[in-house]
Design a protein around this ligand. Structure first.
Ligand code: FEO
Length: 575
């Protein structure tokens, strides 16, 4: 069954598919391809997946985003009389999954809402009406009859502290909400084509799960205690069925890499307050790009001892200003006082304002950290309006700055650790002087590149190695465009000097530089010797760099007789 609605320019459709015995997926497909819509990494639209299990009793797992209200409720009413619903299982209370809980409660006033303690408490504050409820702990079971024995797995921080997974013993389906998801919208219910989704799966992990790597490992451990899992029914994107082992192994491997990082930054946010959560994720994503681990903690549900413990092991602290009023203000303010009491001189810190007028002010908070002897790693981030893509990019760059500052000593050690003969030999590899520019919507970036090479004739293709902690990296995913510039021998200093400087987070890289637009929308540097318009085909992880393979679409040389600038290095352990 498929329902389609056109809402302005945005295409919203519904899909329902049987995914197991007496079990249906109800998928809300949001085809909008804008970046930075609901989460800062959104590229290929998304889906909000809800599930209906009809044993002797009936359970609905999650709902949908409120933008799907009519479509979702129409589809639900076509499948079942909602008054017959026995249980509404809330995997996680973020509004993209629980946005229609009030509507379902109106249609099914006798339904019992099941969730973690944190989730039920949140819903009580939000729904403002009594409802039947059951708080579940790890290992609790619910028998729906017909063999559908559900087991609940507590999976905090994936992605909010309230998250639970639900395992159905009959269908061997594990319902995981955000975990193992991806922002990818198409008609395929399952993960038939791994090549198509692999990059989105990874990017989603990097943005949402990587900053909670230790929580991912805890959840994986609990998943190991379950019987066989044949399908992972995620809350976003295709369900995992054909590649469960491989994709779960990916989560394990990526999380183990993150978790073994020697340095940790604590990022404190308030899960449902203003824009605290997505802003904190963008900062955390920037930090993890530098190889530093992140532990995220929700100020409104954090235990003071856990706050204290985390602050004591962290090398850096990032704090989103909490609310001054409202139901969670007192808890969040207590947590903030605990952070300030436990903070140590020399820790790096950064603060961001998360909720507009009702927030604790960012400047006094910054002053308190300074007075305690902590080092500011980036300027305070103030967000007065609904954050747009440039703000999320700024946050990511602020995170990169913090991570690079904390890892500077380790980087120097690594440079010094290389064998002297080897580093000289590596230095004899030829490298060049190139500049890459990219633009997507209102955000643009640029970087000096050394490791560029032609890689194929058919199609014409080049590779560029881009360090994982480069700001421009997030603009270089498959399908993205950029311009590769070749600099001129004897005439490259001005451009090099400009683009090699360290820019503050969010700074315009092109101020004072002569540019004109390429056909792919990216800036062309007027003073470069040659340029090529490129489209990213694929990217491969190579240690601390991404190797970006791109096809070349259009190119031009400005001075036919001029020579290409080359970069002679003495050693190969830095550019
Ligand atoms: Fe998809 Fe954290 O909600």
């Amino acid at each position: 069954m498929v329902a389609i609605a056109e809402v302005g320019k945005r295409r919203l459709t519904m899909q329902t598919v049987e995914i197991g015995s007496e079990t249906r997926a109800i998928r809300s497909l949001d085809w909008d391809r804008d970046r930075f819509d609901i989460e800062f990494g959104l590229q290929n639209g998304t889906t909000y997946n809800s599930f209906l299990i009809q044993g002797e009793q009936t359970a609905l797992i999650d709902t949908s985003h409120e933008k799907f209200r009519q479509l979702y409720l129409d589809m639900l009413l076509g499948l079942i009389d909602p008054a017959q619903l026995d249980y509404l299982i809330i995997s996680h209370t973020e509004p993209d999954h629980s946005g229609l809980v009030k509507d379902v409660l109106a249609l099914a006033p006798d339904v019992t809402v099941i969730g973690s303690k944190v989730a039920i408490q949140f819903l009580e504050n939000w729904v403002h009406q009594p409802f039947k409820q059951r708080m579940v702990k790890n290992g609790d079971r619910l028998d729906l009859g017909n063999g559908h024995v559900l087991e609940f797995v507590i999976a905090p921080n994936l992605h909010w502290p309230d998250t639970i997974f639900t395992y159905d013993a009959k269908t061997q389906i594990l319902y995981t909400c955000d975990a193992f998801g991806m922002h990818y919208c198409d008609d395929h219910t399952f993960d038939e084509d791994l090549d198509l989704i692999a990059e989105d799966f990874r990017y989603y992990y990097d943005c949402l799960m990587g900053p909670n790597a230790r929580s991912v490992l805890s959840a994986l451990k609990r998943m190991n205690e379950l019987p066989e899992i044949t399908t992972i029914a995620t809350g976003h994107g295709p369900l995992l069925h054909h590649n469960v082992t491989e994709l779960v192994d990916n989560y394990r491997q990526w999380s183990q890499e993150q978790a073994k990082a020697e340095t940790t930054v604590a990022v404190f946010y308030v899960s449902d307050y203003g824009f605290s959560d997505p802003l904190s994720q963008a900062i955390a994503h920037g930090i993890t790009k530098t190889g530093i681990a992140v532990e995220m903690m929700d100020l409104k549900s954090a235990d003071p001892q856990e706050v204290k413990d985390l602050v004591s092991i962290a090398s850096g602290l990032v704090v989103g200003t909490p609310p001054m009023t409202g139901p969670d203000a007192a808890t969040a303010q207590t947590a903030l006082s605990t952070i300030l009491a436990a903070a140590k001189a020399k820790q790096a810190f950064g603060v961001f304002e998360s909720g507009g007028g009702d927030s604790e002010s960012v400047y006094p908070l910054m002053g308190k950290f300074r007075d305690l002897g902590l080092n500011p790693a980036f300027p305070p981030i103030l967000v007065k309006e609904i954050p747009k893509e440039a703000v999320y990019k700024l946050c990511e760059e602020a995170g990169i700055d913090l991570g690079q500052w904390l890892s500077r000593e380790r980087s120097v050690k690594q440079i010094k650790a290389l064998d002297k003969d080897l580093e000289k030999a590596l230095g004899r590899l030829s490298s060049g002087l190139y500049i890459i520019t990219a633009q997507q919507g209102n955000i643009s970036s640029a970087m000096v590149a050394s490791w560029v090479s032609q890689a194929s004739f058919k199609p014409l293709g080049v590779t560029v190695a881009v360090a994982r902690d480069r700001a421009i990296e997030s603009l270089l995913h498959a399908g993205s465009s950029f311009v590769l510039h070749v600099l001129e021998e004897g005439n490259y200093q001005a451009l090099m000097k400009h683009f090699i400087q360290r820019f503050p987070p969010g700074a315009d890289r092109f101020q004072g530089i002569r540019t004109y637009p390429a056909t792919n929308g990216c800036p062309i540097l007027a003073d470069a010797l040659a340029y090529m318009e490129c489209e990213v085909s694929s990217r491969t992880e190579c240690g601390d760099h991404w190797l970006i393979y791109s096809t070349v679409k259009v190119g031009r040389v400005s001075k036919p007789d001029a020579l290409t600038a080359v970069h002679h290095r003495k050693v190969g352990n830095y550019y």
